[in-house]
Ligand binder design. Structure first.
Ligand SMILES: [Zn+2]
Length: 508
């Protein structure tokens, strides 16, 4: 009896999305770009595609019942021209579920997925069985630390352009080619030279090995278990010949590498992960592999900043970004808007939405994290992508824009990750300058006291003069728990027996 009890419970409590997910078409009245949260996976011209267990509206038309069953994938293609089912080559695998204008929805078996992707010439969006999940993340307040200004100023557009040209020189970075593997090693070497721990994460695209994700990690000093992630895909795509992929997406990869270069010199409270993903052009396979593992390990990811196509400026346009995100990631999008207004005020930030294709932020959103995608332009993006003409000069035509989009995400990562430095600590006269990070503090505070011995005595004095903490801290990393203190201003006094220092700490 006991053995069958859990099975019965599972039957009762299985969430609806596990039971059956269908695809519906509605003549939508909701023009929201943030629709993925509610199950809308595509939205254009008043029509919407939904992933839902039941009809979302009375007028909804059922297109497919649980099309993911029996190891099948559902793929939405957006083509350069109107899709004509009559001209569909009979050797194209899969089943056409629906088409409209330049959009076509296919169901295909996993084993035929790669063949289908290579035979239909369009950008892909894999339609997930499970759409964006409500995140538990609490986005911290924007940190206007002076250091963030300093960091933003260090972005070097010449370095970004040099990286783009170097990645172009691999000729093609299509995920399954040798040159993509070579590119992954080059990227890994850059991270390694900056002093990061790196990992090559291997994964398959339905049985075909892909060049790996390249992951560089910077461990946080105060909150190593909290992560801020910045990334972009380095793989490229074309239907014929070479895929230099300068804008899509050597540009974003170069922005991530530039952010890593600068942050290498700045300790951060939280851990920062720099990702160069692969397999994006086949349908986010690399980021999906990465985020699925993060989710499985229950990693606390505060936010993901996606860099994908940051170097093409439509002639005549002001430098701006159209931000792509589902409603579930709105707090992170708001954070970015605030950050950009403070640290990169010349950059216009608008809400945007994709009428085709997708990017790696979706993998984060689908697993209950927040991911945003500040895109170069949701309408007038580079017309040269996925062709041999995706090269610098033509397709990456604005180093300035690539620089500013890198700055905005870097400012976001630095602020959210809690950036600080030892450079300003330590006075010329040999005395110690004490820093408390963060200050104001909520649960933990990290004590930075250069010039002091590793063994120190800490005294925390309350506003009424009572000593509320008296303790010894040893080792290089000194973290004090202040969670139990009530709100107010405290004095923190340190001594190592020779040198003494004190500072105010605000607790809230
Ligand atoms: Zn891309």
């Amino acid at each position: 009896m006991r053995r069958i009890l859990p099975i019965i419970l599972l039957g009762i409590f299985t969430p609806a999305w596990l039971l059956c997910q269908n695809i519906y078409l509605t003549q939508g009245t909701d023009g929201s770009n943030a629709a993925a949260f509610t199950g809308v996976v595509w939205n254009q011209g008043g029509q919407q595609l939904w992933v839902a267990p039941e009809a979302p509206h009375t007028d909804a038309m059922l297109l497919a019942t649980d099309p993911w069953s029996d190891n099948h994938e559902v793929v939405l293609f957006s083509l350069a021209q109107s899709f004509d089912p009559g001209k569909l080559n009979p050797d194209v695998p899969g089943q056409l579920l629906w088409n409209y204008g330049q959009t076509a929805l296919f169901r295909v078996s996993h084993e035929n997925f790669v063949t289908l992707r290579e035979k239909i010439h369009g950008v892909v969006k894999r339609v997930p069985r499970q759409t964006a999940q409500t995140p538990k993340t609490v986005i911290p307040a924007v940190d206007t630390n002076q250091l963030v200004y300093e960091i933003v100023d260090l972005v070097d557009t010449a370095k970004i352009m040099a990286t783009i040209r170097r990645l172009e020189a691999f000729k093609t970075r299509k995920a399954m080619t040798d040159s993509a593997y070579a590119a992954s090693e080059w990227i890994g070497q850059q991270f390694e030279d900056m002093g990061y721990q790196i990992e090559y994460q291997n994964f398959n695209i339905y049985g075909s090995p892909s060049s790996p994700n390249v992951i560089a990690t910077k461990t946080g000093t105060a909150y190593p278990d909290k992560y801020v992630v910045i990334g972009g895909h380095y793989d490229s795509y074309t239907y014929f010949g070479n895929a230099p992929g300068a804008d899509d997406n050597a540009s974003g990869t170069a922005g991530v590498i530039e952010a890593a270069r600068i942050l290498a010199d700045y300790p951060t409270e939280c851990s920062i992960i720099f990702c160069a993903f692969s397999g994006e052009e086949y349908g986010l396979f690399g980021s999906e592999a990465f985020v699925a593992r993060c989710k499985q390990q229950e990693m606390n990811i505060l936010g993901y900043f996606n860099l994908d196509m940051i170097g093409y400026r439509h002639p005549g346009d002001d430098i701006h970004t159209d931000m792509i995100y589902p409603l579930s990631a709105k707090p992170l999008a708001d954070y970015y808007k605030e950050i950009a207004a403070i640290f990169v005020p010349e950059l216009g930030v608008f809400d945007g939405f994709l009428t085709g294709g997708d990017s790696d932020h979706t993998s984060f959103n689908n697993h209950g994290y927040m991911g945003i995608f500040p895109f170069e332009d949701d309408q007038n993006y580079s017309p040269y992508i996925h062709s041999a003409q995706d090269v610098t000069g033509l397709s990456v035509n604005s180093a300035e824009m690539a620089g500013m989009l890198t700055q905005a995400s870097l400012a976001g990562v630095s602020s959210m990750g809690g950036v600080f430095t030892y450079a300003s600590a330590g006075e010329a006269d040999g005395s110690t300058s004490l820093r408390l990070i963060p200050n104001p503090a909520t649960d933990k505070v990290r004590i930075v006291a250069p010039g002091m011995k590793s063994d120190i005595h800490v005294q925390v004095v309350a506003p009424d003069g009572r000593t509320v903490i008296a303790t010894r801290l040893q080792g290089a990393d000194k973290v004090l728990s202040v969670a139990h203190l009530s709100r107010g201003i405290y004095i923190v006094r340190l001594t190592d027996g020779t040198v003494a220092a004190e500072s105010k700490m605000m607790k809230w």
